[in-house]
Design a protein around this ligand. Structure first.
Ligand SMILES: Cc1ncc(C[n+]2csc(CCOP(=O)(O)OP(=O)(O)O)c2C)c(N)n1
Ligand SMILES: [Mg+2]
Length: 308
């Protein structure tokens, strides 16, 4: 889990560098600070459980074990990317990894995951679906409609709300009538609970327990993971809606640094920890190099046919 968390952080720090150098265009939403949510939940699931992500999806992609070079290539619009450079960060799909896509529409992925859960139940499998979304998305109608139908039909789905305290510049307190998301589950007769999303072990345990109940036919559940994004909402956000003091306080609770402190107490020596982090960072450096060298996809590939 530590390796994956460092891998995600290094991936996005590298993306930030590439934006700075003008190699990457457009914008991107980083999950720096939120890595424990993606890694804890996805580690607790099976590789055959279907995932649906949102606009802040790099962590979900890498936690699921997608090839970092192919993810990087996709973001650069290269032919070697998962969707031949046509999807980019917001439309990255990998069916072979049971990853039904990142999604630029706030709340757009929640009903897609609910549909997947219906299919999994209809096919009488014991796989489940997992929907990742933010606190802002939980104010969309799609959230409420999905929880309602999932509960009525006892669908095998875990709804995971990563509450990073803001939807763009809007604090959750100003957008969400109940202040927090988990209690909303009660309105749809399903279990809902809030957890420290900065502690990967806590996230893993909460997700593992919920997933076990869901897999046994217990019906859907909602997890609210309290977390924080260190960066702005996207690349061009000066973060005027929050104080630097708040950010510094949250940085002191960085999920990766916290795990680094904890690992020696779990029997890992410093050399192993350092080597593990280095290995992850080297993998991302190689991924960026390979993606940069790859031929263009996307528009340049427009006449080739996506499934050719
Ligand atoms: C339907 C729709 N409305 C508005 C937007 C613009 N938008 C993009 S991200 C976002 C905020 C999402 O907040 P949250 O769900 O908390 O996720 P976070 O960005 O905090 O991870 C908004 C309003 C959009 N993409 N789609
Ligand atoms: Mg948010």
């Amino acid at each position: 889990m530590y390796r994956r968390m460092v891998l995600i952080r290094a991936f996005e720090e590298t993306l930030s560098d590439l934006f700075g150098k003008g190699v990457l265009g457009g914008t991107s939403h980083f999950c720096i600070g939120q890595e424990a949510c993606a890694v804890g939940v996805i580690d607790a699931a099976r590789p055959t459980d279907w995932l649906v992500s949102n606009h802040r999806g790099h962590g979900h992609l890498l936690a699921r074990g997608l090839d970092s070079t192919k993810v990087m290539g996709e973001l650069m619009g290269k032919i070697t990317g998962y969707c031949r450079g046509r999807g980019g960060s917001q439309h990255l799909c990998a069916m072979d990894k049971c990853f039904l896509g990142t999604n630029g529409i706030t709340g757009g992925g929640i009903p897609i995951a609910t549909g997947a859960a219906f299919a999994l139940k209809y096919q009488k499998t014991d796989h489940i679906a997992i929907a990742f979304f933010g606190d802002g998305a939980s104010n969309q109608g799609t959230f409420h409609e999905s929880l309602n139908i999932a509960s009525l039909w006892k669908l095998p789905i875990l709804f995971v709300c990563e509450n990073n305290l803001y939807g763009m510049s809007n604090p959750t307190a100003k957008a969400c009538a109940s202040g927090t998301i988990a209690p909303r589950a009660a309105a749809y007769a399903m279990p809902g609970s809030a957890h420290d999303g900065l502690d990967v072990q806590t996230v893993y345990d909460a997700a593992a327990q919920a997933i076990a109940r869901i897999r046994q036919g217990g019906g859907p559940e909602l997890l609210e993971l309290m977390t924080y994004r260190f960066c702005g909402h996207s690349k061009n956000d000066p973060r005027v809606y929050r104080t630097r003091t708040e950010e510094e306080e949250m940085r002191r609770r960085d999920c990766i640094a916290a795990l680094e402190q904890k690992l020696p107490t779990l029997g890992y020596d410093q050399k192993t920890i350092t080597q593990t982090a280095l290995g992850a960072r080297q993998e991302i450096a190689r991924a960026a190099e390979a993606a940069l060298a790859a031929p263009a996809g996307g528009q340049a590939d427009a006449t080739q046919g996506l499934f050719a």
